[in-house]
Design a binder for this molecule. Sequence first.
Ligand SMILES: [Zn+2]
Length: 119
Amino acid sequence: MKTEKQLITAECANYFREMNGITNYCCLGNGCVFFGEEEKPRCQYFETSVLPLDTDLEFRYRKERMLSTFNLIKSCKRCLEPFAGNNKEKYCKGCKVERKREQKKTHCLQRQSITAVTD
Ligand SMILES: [Zn+2]
């Protein structure tokens, strides 16, 4: 699993490894709070623009900071289990893998794989 720092160095538009002699520079302040001393730092920009890129991390981040994870909890369309996901995700991790497999199979077998609805 990624850490906030990894996500920031990879994705944050305000983060620079070094700028004007300051390491872990942030365009919005003096330095990136996630590289500072604070144990559970928060950053508005990070939360709205960077964090949603990684649902697992967002879930953990929010939990650690006692923030609501309500909008991150989806119920899986396939097994109906709750899981942490963003709006684009419809299936839990396990089902995502299964779906991929199924889609592959469907692709190979085409219409043969469509099973009849039980009554
Ligand atoms: Zn599922």
